[in-house]
Design a protein around this ligand. Structure first.
Ligand code: ADP
Length: 250
């Protein structure tokens, strides 16, 4: 369970550049939730993710993971329990290293807190077995430099890197936005497959209303640094684009 209590974030406080990015955000994300997030540019969505990942400190409020207060916990410590994917699949993957070396780096870090790109035969088998489940032929590309894959293939490997040792929380930061429609669809499909299979709690920021409505069990809408709408269950399932467009400007 991930819980934010009265979290506010103000950038450059006390200066002319002062900007309140989050205002008194309180929310509890339950285990197994798949939460989609909509909101206009500048609404505070990325700041919300940065707070959860420990990338930026809160100005006030608290963050809990499974009842543990992690408000002061450093980003690299949290990274073992909180995975993150970005819009650009190049973020978080090393283009000159092979698919298997990238997987090894992520796996060693999530398991032992240290980065190692050494790949044993057992690792190779383990990686190939997992990649096979994506049905993209990536198990035959283990030795290929990841930079030579297509955006969709590279994002699929990035997704696998994030879930090989399943994190408690997976943050998906517009992770399909840079892909062509077919690849985006495939990545969303395997995202659903993996988070269900590994029982990962996931949050996904998207500007694609259809994706936000058709995926996940809960929808949060951000506006002006606050969560202004929170739909779940049957209420979320019944939502149509025209029901939510009024709650924020795109
Ligand atoms: P979103 O992800 O919804 O587009 P952000 O969380 O990126 O919104 O930004 C929320 C507000 O905080 C915006 O007004 C943005 O300009 C501001 N902001 C974000 N990061 C910084 C920063 N590092 N320094 C100053 N202002 C920032």
């Amino acid at each position: 369970m991930l819980k934010l209590e009265h979290v506010s974030v103000t950038f450059h406080p006390g200066t002319q550049l002062e900007k309140k990015a989050l205002t008194d955000v309180s929310v509890t994300i339950h285990d197994g939730d798949f939460v989609t997030i909509l909101g206009s540019n500048g609404a505070g969505k990325s700041t919300f993710f940065n707070v959860i990942a420990g990338k930026i400190p809160v100005t006030s409020g608290k963050v809990f993971l499974d009842e543990e207060d992690i408000t002061e916990q450093k980003e690299h410590i949290r990274a073992r329990q909180i995975g993150r994917l970005f819009q650009n699949p190049a973020m978080g993957t090393a283009g000159e290293l092979s698919v298997e070396e990238n997987l090894a780096l992520a796996y060693s870090h999530s398991q032992r807190g240290m980065f190692s790109r050494a790949v044993t035969n057992a690792d190779r088998e383990f990686f190939a077995e997992h990649l096979k489940t994506l049905d993209m032929g990536l198990e035959d590309r283990l030795k290929t430099p990841i930079g030579l894959l297509s955006g969709g293939q590279r994002q699929a490997v990035a997704l696998m890197m994030a879930v090989l040792n399943p994190p408690k929380i997976l943050l998906l930061d517009e992770h399909t936005a840079a892909l062509d429609p077919k690849s985006a669809h495939k990545i969303l499909e395997i995202t659903n497959q993996l988070i269900k299979q590994e029982q990962i709690t996931a949050l996904m920021i998207t500007h694609n209303m259809k994706d936000a409505l058709e995926n996940g069990s809960r929808l949060l809408i951000f506006h002006d640094g606050r969560i202004t709408k929170d739909f779940s269950g049957a209420e979320k399932s019944a939502l149509k684009p025209e029901d939510v467009i009024h709650f924020y400007e795109v």
